[in-house]
Design a protein around this ligand. Structure first.
Ligand SMILES: Nc1ncnc2c1ncn2[C@@H]1O[C@H](COP(=O)(O)OP(=O)(O)O)[C@@H](O)[C@H]1O
Ligand SMILES: [Mg+2]
Length: 477
C-alpha cells in the first residue's frame, strides 16, 4: 500500500500553507523517540507538535499501522528547515503520550503509539504498542482518555499517586482524531503538581500558624485590659502584676513579628549566594560577648574552644552567620538549667562527610539540612553543646519547622517563637551549608552547622580586633 498523503486544512493554514504529507506511522514516532533520533520526518512531527498545541489531527492509526516502515534516516532534510519538533516533544519535561484505540468497548485495547522520554521513564514503557492499562491505573484518567478517544472531549483530571513518595498530578487528555474515524488517537500529557500543591499547603499552614501565634498574646492583653478596667481598677498590687504580664505579652508579639520579618527577608534572597568572608571564630566571640548578660542571669558558663583568627574563614554574609550562631547559643542558654555550661567549638578544614558525621555514636542524631556539595569542598563547622535536657529522637526531624516547639520544655521567661531554627536552616541553605542535631535525652544537645570555607585562603597575620579581622576579610573578598 502506498503511503497516504494526508493533509489537514487547519494545520496547513497554521504551518504556512504547505501541505504536510503524513508519511510516517505513529509507530515510527515511538521508535524514533525511543532511539532519540533528532531528525524525525519533519512534517509528521510538526503535525504532532501542532496537535499538542491544540489542533485536531486526522490521522488514521489503522492505516498507519499497516504501513509500518523503518524510521527515516538521520540525514537532515535541507528543504524543510524549521524547529526540530521531534526533539522538542522527546525532551519536554512533562510526560507526553499518544494513545490509539480501535473499539470503544475493548477497554484493554488502548495502546501507546508515542511516549516521550519523560513518559517512558515514568511508566517504564519499553516498546510501542504497550497497553495503556499496564502503565496508568487511575480510573479517572483512563476515563478521560476514553472520552478523548471516543467522545471527542478534552478534559483535565487531578490525581495522586500513593506510596512513600506520593505525588500530585494533572492529566490532560484530548482527542487527536475526529469522532467519525474508526481508529482513534488521543494525547495524554501529565504535569507533576506536587511542589505547587506542597507550597500552597505550606503557605496556608504558615498563615494559620502565624495568626494563631499572634492571637494568643493579643487575647491575653485584651483580657488584662478588661480586668484592669473592671475589678482590678483600685487594686495597685494587681495592677502592677498585670501590667508586668502585659508587657511580657507585648514583647512576645514584638519578637514574633521580628522573627517573621527576618524569616521573610531571608527567604527573599535565599537563592542569592552570599558575598563576603566571615571568620567564624571572630563571629563566635562577638556572639558570646553579646549573650554574656543573658548567660550570667542564668549562671550559665561558656566553654569556647576556638581556632586562631584566620583559620576558619568561610564564604558568607556576616550578619546572617551571626544570627545563626546567636540563635544556637541563645537556645543552649535558654534550654539549659541554671548553672549549666555551653560549649562552642569550631572545626575548620573538614570534608563534607567529616563535617556531617556524628560525635557521639550513642546519641540520637539528625541531619536537618545536607548541602549538595561539590567534590573536594572544605568546610568549617561550628558546634554548640549544652548539658540541658536534650531532645527525644521523635522531635529531631521537626525542629526546623516554623513554630515547632517541644512541649513542656522550660525556657525561662523568654518563651520562644519556634522560628529560630527555621531561620537558621534558611540561612544555612543560602550558604550551601549543612545543619545537624545530636542529643542524648537528659544529657544535653549539640547543634552544629558547617559552611564551605573561603577559597581565597586564610587571612594571614594577627589583627587588633575581631572587627578589624572581619573587615579585612571582607575587603579582601
Ligand atoms: N539546645 C536545645 N536543647 C533542647 N531543646 C532545644 C534546644 N534548642 C532548641 N530546642 C527545641 O527546639 C525548639 C525550636 O527551637 P527554635 O526554633 O530556636 O525556637 P525557640 O527557641 O523560639 O523556641 C525549641 O522550642 C525547643 O523546644
Ligand atoms: Mg530559638
Amino acid at each position: 500500500m502506498p503511503p497516504e498523503n494526508h493533509s489537514d486544512p487547519i494545520l496547513t493554514r497554521l504551518l504556512g500553507g504547505a501541505a504536510l504529507p503524513l508519511t510516517v506511522g505513529p509507530a515510527a514516532i515511538l521508535t524514533l523517540a525511543a532511539t532519540g533520533a533528532a531528525q524525525v520526518g519533519p512534517a509528521l512531527v510538526a503535525a504532532l507538535a501542532a496537535a499538542a498545541g491544540g489542533l485536531y489531527l486526522n490521522t488514521r492509526y489503522k492505516a498507519a499501522q499497516a504501513r509500518l516502515r523503518p524510521a527515516p534516516t538521520l540525514a537532515p532534510a535541507p528543504d524543510r528547515s524549521g524547529p526540530p519538533y521531534g526533539v522538542i516533544l522527546e525532551h519536554l519535561p512533562d510526560p507526553l503520550m499518544v494513545i490509539a484505540a480501535e473499539e470503544a468497548d475493548d477497554l484493554t485495547g488502548r495502546r501507546f503509539v508515542f511516549a516521550n522520554a519523560a513518559a517512558r521513564e515514568l511508566f517504564r514503557i519499553q516498546r510501542e504498542g504497550t497497553l495503556l492499562v499496564t502503565a496508568m491505573r487511575n480510573p479517572q484518567v483512563l476515563e478521560a482518555v476514553d472520552e478523548a478517544l471516543f467522545g471527542g472531549i478534552e478534559r483535565a483530571v487531578e490525581y495522586e499517586t500513593g506510596g512513600t513518595q506520593g505525588r500530585s498530578w494533572i492529566a490532560y487528555a484530548r482527542p487527536l482524531s475526529d469522532t467519525s474515524q474508526v481508529s482513534r488517537l488521543a494525547m495524554l500529557v501529565l504535569r507533576d503538581e506536587t511542589d505547587a500543591r506542597r507550597s500552597e499547603r505550606t503557605r496556608a499552614d504558615f498563615l494559620a500558624n502565624a495568626s494563631h501565634e499572634l492571637r494568643t498574646p493579643l487575647a491575653s492583653l485584651s483580657g488584662f485590659i478588661e480586668t484592669l478596667r473592671g475589678h482590678a481598677k483600685d487594686d495597685p498590687g494587681a495592677r502592677d502584676k498585670f501590667l508586668g504580664i502585659m508587657l511580657a505579652q507585648a514583647e512576645r508579639m514584638s519578637r514574633l513579628i521580628d522573627d517573621l520579618m527576618s524569616l521573610s527577608r531571608i527567604e527573599l534572597n535565599e537563592h542569592i549566594a552570599p558575598l563576603g568572608r566571615v571568620d567564624l571564630a571572630m563571629a563566635a566571640i562577638d556572639v558570646i560577648d553579646a549573650l554574656a548578660p543573658q548567660a550570667k542571669e542564668k549562671a550559665v558558663a561558656f566553654d569556647p574552644v576556638l581556632p586562631p583568627r584566620g583559620a576558619a574563614v568561610v564564604e558568607g554574609d556576616r550578619d546572617q552567620i551571626i544570627q545563626v550562631i546567636q540563635n544556637l547559643i541563645d537556645n543552649a542558654i535558654k534550654y539549659t538549667p541554671r548553672g549549666g555550661v555551653v560549649r562552642v567549638e569550631i572545626f575548620p578544614g573538614l570534608s563534607a562527610d567529616a563535617a556531617a558525621s556524628p560525635r557521639d555514636p550513642a546519641a540520637a542524631r539528625m541531619s536537618l539540612l545536607t548541602p549538595d556539595h561539590a567534590a573536594g569542598e572544605r568546610y568549617a563547622a561550628l558546634r554548640v553543646t549544652d548539658r540541658g535536657p536534650g531532645l527525644a529522637r521523635e522531635h529531631l526531624p521537626r525542629l526546623t519547622e516554623r513554630f515547632y516547639r517541644v512541649e513542656g520544655q522550660k525556657s525561662g521567661d523568654r518563651s520562644g517563637t519556634g522560628l529560630g531554627l527555621a531561620i537558621v536552616k534558611h540561612i544555612m541553605n543560602r550558604h550551601r551549608g549543612g545543619l545537624t542535631v545530636e542529643s542524648v535525652q537528659g544529657e544535653g544537645a549539640t547543634f552544629a552547622f558547617y559552611i564551605p570555607m573561603s577559597k581565597s585562603g586564610a587571612l594571614a597575620g594577627p589583627g587588633p580586633s575581631a572587627e578589624a579581622a572581619v573587615a579585612e576579610a571582607e575587603a579582601e573578598a
